[in-house]
Design a binder for this molecule. Structure first.
Ligand code: PLP
Length: 460
């Protein structure tokens, strides 16, 4: 058998060969990927499958694409790249990107402490809480860390949690809770829908639940859950049950009023509608949640995720006092500070309205193409993303490379039962807020064209 490319390169000590070996991991188009860590995702199939699928920056494209040239120019000082319109991570503004290359700072030096402190205070505005006893957290980690914070601090082993399921992410949240010894009961809706209030009420009356978790926008289905009616139901039927909101795909793009909706814990991450690169777990705990934590009978179930370790640090930073438990990612905190400053330059309500407007435009375009969404009706469709069924017989790996060639990156399906039947379009953050960038229009056009091309090639 001839040696594989890798083994040949390893055996060949020439500088060119070694350079190729070193650089190969940087070149996503020539690498064959190992299977992704979720059995159902086909996300990586959006990578170009051959050299002919390479993305060409618009600057080198034919004059017919000139319209996009303007788009790319508006897009900035960043290197030309396909527009990232997956449901997170998303495009970031030039200012946020520049903050990621902030010069090195001591994490306990006053300039950085001030930046971190302001960032935490801005989170209060983002979540719309004015209670000084609400507790913001920004901790190095991804959105998943928010689940660990809940499971390790707000629930004790053996306690029951009701997990409202509107897609893949509820399965994972339930799995996390179980890992810490909680008893997670899932209330599942058919794909494209969310659990309904009467069945939630019935479940709440059957058992005493320490907490109810709800995914505000499930990123695998694009289904939006309504928080206010759920909160009202809890007040009426089980007021002592904590309301936990997974807002990873919603905070910054969907309406979420922490105080008004009586939320006890809302968790999110930097890389979605907040418009910052991935790497920070962001959350807000209510005064009541902090009291529940303080009255735990057992110690927190984690070291890194323990409120006991993080609360004094967050409080010190917010008071502009240096403090240390574990090193914060200083550049990322600078980027979050920039993202939040830009985000809060307008009222949050205006931002939400703009996301709704762009979402309506996308959903209309999808319907005009004759395509159906996973979300079964308008009322439960997210404003930050759209999950789109492909026409019968087409699969994401057939569509996504064509989109990539046109400078647009969408995601494949993520819900295990239907992953090969749909794609996901993220329309949040700067791409939705600054329509002048033309990214949403470009994506809509690219979707229509790619579908036509694939259908023609298949003789459909
Ligand atoms: C709704 C939801 N919850 C949780 C997560 C987990 O976040 P992360 O991938 O940043 O760990 C995601 C990720 O996409 C998500 O969409």
């Amino acid at each position: 058998m001839p040696p594989s490319r890798t083994s040949r390169s390893l055996a060949d000590p020439s500088p060119a060969s070694r350079l190729s070996l070193i650089s190969r991991h940087l070149d996503s188009t020539t690498t064959s990927y190992p299977p992704i860590n979720t059995p159902y995702s086909i996300e990586r199939d959006s990578s170009p499958s051959s050299d002919s699928d390479h993305y060409t920056p618009h600057l080198t494209q034919a004059p017919s694409s000139r319209r996009h040239l303007h788009t790319s120019a508006r897009m900035s000082k960043q290197a030309a790249h396909p527009t990232l319109l997956i449901p997170g991570p998303i495009e970031v503004s030039d200012e946020v990107a520049a903050s990621m290359s902030h010069f090195a700072q001591s994490h306990v030096g006053q300039p950085f402490v001030n930046t971190f402190g302001e960032t935490l205070s801005m989170l209060r505005q983002l979540f719309q809480t004015t209670n000084p006893k609400s507790q913001p957290f920004a901790i190095a980690g991804s959105g998943t860390l928010g689940w660990d914070l809940v499971a390790a601090n707000l629930v004790e082993p053996g306690e029951d949690v009701l997990v409202l399921h509107s897609g893949y992410f509820a399965d994972s949240f339930a799995d996390c809770l179980t890992t810490y010894g909680a008893k997670a009961t899932q209330l599942k809706a058919p794909i494209g829908d969310r659990p309904q209030l009467p069945e939630i009420e019935k479940a709440l009356k059957e058992k005493k639940y320490k907490a109810v978790t709800v995914t505000h926008v499930d990123t695998s289905t694009g289904v939006l859950s309504q928080i206010q009616p759920l909160s009202d139901l809890l007040q009426r039927v089980s007021p002592e049950t904590l309301l936990i909101v997974d807002g990873v795909c919603s905070v910054g793009g969907e309406s979420l009023h922490f105080d008004d909706m009586r939320i006890d814990f809302a968790l999110t991450a930097t890389q979605k509608a907040i418009g910052c690169p991935p790497g920070l777990s962001i959350s807000m705990a209510s005064e009541r949640a902090m009291d529940v934590f303080k009255s735990r009978k057992s110690p927190p179930g984690s070291y890194y995720a323990s409120f006991k370790n993080w609360v004094p640090i967050m409080q010190n930073y917010e008071a502009k006092k240096p403090s240390y438990f574990a090193t914060p990612p200083t550049q990322l905190v600078q980027a979050l500070h920039t993202a939040l400053t830009q985000l809060l330059a307008k009222p949050v309500a205006d931002r939400i309205a703009q996301h709704q407007k762009v979402s309506r435009k996308v959903k209309k375009a999808v319907a005009d193409l004759g395509l159906k969404q996973l979300a079964t009706d308008e009322d439960n469709a997210a404003n930050t993303m759209t999950a789109i069924y492909l026409p019968e017989g087409l699969t994401p790996p057939e569509i996504l490379p064509g989109l990539m060639q046109k400078g647009v990156v969408f995601a494949g399906g993520l819900h295990k039962e239907i992953a090969t039947k749909y794609i996901r379009f993220g329309h949040m953050g700067v791409s939705a807020m600054d329509e002048g960038r033309g990214e949403i229009d470009k994506a809509i056009e690219a979707l229509g064209q790619s579908l036509k091309e694939v259908q023609q090639a298949k003789g459909q």
